[in-house]
Design a protein around this ligand. Structure first.
Ligand code: HEM
Length: 404
């Protein structure tokens, strides 16, 4: 099937309350303002662009969806055309009771005990990227730094080949930026990823290694082998959940701090284990939370006073909840000392992020290494920062002056 053969064109959004679209060009740059403006009028916005789909923007409404697996299924985890081909990626696409077994299988690999030893390697990797900028007066902090770090982390943890990074990023771009409007692209990405992962599994079944790929290729739950397509789904998920999510969080932090030298000064003066680094990292995650999920409505109910029906789609707008004044004091202020910060960047309920330990480590290490190497860096105002729209929102180019 040729790309674009099944594409739907959408006009620019003029009314975010009744016609929202997460692939609209304004979403990437202006999403926080959009959510705030919707929240002032109503807790839930609607659209008919992808069939009927809702967008809750308050903590109360987002939490109600995330905690209710009886009316909201994870079988659809993004808002796309209703006839979109969907493939399983457990545990994120699983509902109870299956969800628990799939999640239990992945959790140990992402435990603090398993992730903490990666710190030194991640630091060395970041320093290597910084060394490549030796002598440069300007750089792209997303393309030359942020985007590489999570690929390195996930490859170290799973055994996937890091030299295929461009392939992973291309799948992610097409999957998140194009596929919601274009079934042909979604199908093609699925075919390519499946073929790729099958080759890796075949290799590990013939030549087992001490890595996660080998473990997943042989996965069993309660003594029963896991279905082949679900095993492929675990790795499909780790590729799409583990890379541009953290790359977006690191990039957002770098974009933010480039404009706040006073905060950089305090952070550079702090030791690695100072509380300040902890509160600052959590504030990056709250303020710039990159991940918006979705659910399929499977039972009649209401959210924020809005009736919803089986077959409707529902965003789980975690980033919007992080800006709800009913949940945070002055959410519009980026406060690196924010002590009480119960943000939901990693989700809520049974699907809460499995990779949060790894993500937090990658974000803090990347920010520490960059800010210390370039304490005077600033945005290059002659160029433009570009943002990814949709499910994973974050800067994809961040032109900066290094001001050594
Ligand atoms: C800053 C980076 C990240 C953010 C903001 C983030 C956010 C999220 C969110 C909001 C969910 C909940 C999904 C839902 O409710 O449907 C989730 C689930 C998940 N994330 Fe992350 N994530 C990040 C990094 C990672 C990384 C690095 C990995 C692994 C390599 C990962 C693996 C997963 C998995 C496997 C799930 C599914 C858990 C389940 O369904 O039980 N994530 N993530």
């Amino acid at each position: 099937m040729a790309y674009g053969a099944d594409q739907v064109e959408m006009p620019p959004v003029e009314n975010w309350l009744t016609d929202w679209d997460w692939l609209d060009d304004q979403w990437g740059v202006n999403a926080i303002d959009i959510w705030n403006s919707v929240r002032e009028q109503c807790p839930v916005a609607t659209t008919e662009r992808y069939g009927r789909a809702f967008m809750p923007v308050t903590m109360e409404a987002v939490a109600a969806v995330a905690n209710d697996t009886e009316h909201f299924s994870s079988i659809w985890v993004n808002v796309s055309r209703p006839d979109a081909p969907r493939s399983p990626a457990p545990p994120i696409t699983s509902d109870p009771p299956d969800h628990h077994g799939h999640r239990r299988l992945l959790l140990p690999a992402f435990s603090p005990k398993n992730v903490a030893p990666l710190e030194e390697d991640l630091r060395a990797f970041c320093r290597g990227l910084i060394a490549e900028l030796d002598g440069a007066s300007a750089a792209d902090a997303a393309e030359q730094f942020a985007q590489h770090i999570p690929v390195h982390g996930i490859c170290k943890l799973t055994g996937m080949p890091e030299e295929d990074a461009d392939l992973f990023r291309d799948w992610i771009y097409r999957n998140f930026q194009l596929a919601p409007r274009d079934n042909a692209v979604r199908m093609q990405v699925m075919i390519e990823m499946t073929a790729y992962i099958e080759e890796l599994f075949k290799d590990r079944l013939e030549h087992p290694r001490d890595d996660m790929l080998t473990f997943i290729a042989n996965a069993e739950i309660d003594g029963q082998p896991v279905d082949w397509n679900l095993k492929l789904g675990y790795i499909r998920l780790l590729i799409v959940a583990g890379i541009d999510t953290t790359w977006s969080a690191i990039g957002s932090g770098l974009w933010h701090f480039a404009q706040h030298p006073d905060q950089v000064e305090r952070l550079v003066a702090a030791q690695n284990d100072d509380l300040l680094w902890n509160t600052a990292t959590e504030e990056v995650l709250r303020y710039y939370a990159p991940v918006t999920m979705a659910r399929k409505v499977i039972g009649e109910t209401e959210i924020g006073g809005c009736p919803v029906h089986p077959g409707d789609q529902m965003l789980v707008t975690f980033p919007a909840a992080n800006h709800d004044p009913a949940a945070f004091d002055h959410p519009e202020v980026f406060d690196i000392d924010r002590a009480n910060n119960r943000h939901v960047a990693f989700g809520l309920g049974i699907h809460r992020c499995v990779g949060s330990n790894l993500a937090r480590l990658e974000v803090v290490v990347a920010l520490q290494e960059w800010l210390r190497a370039f304490p005077n860096y600033s945005l290059d105002e002659t160029k433009t920062t570009t943002w990814a729209n949709g499910q994973v929102r974050g800067p994809r180019t961040i032109p900066v002056l290094l001001n050594r």
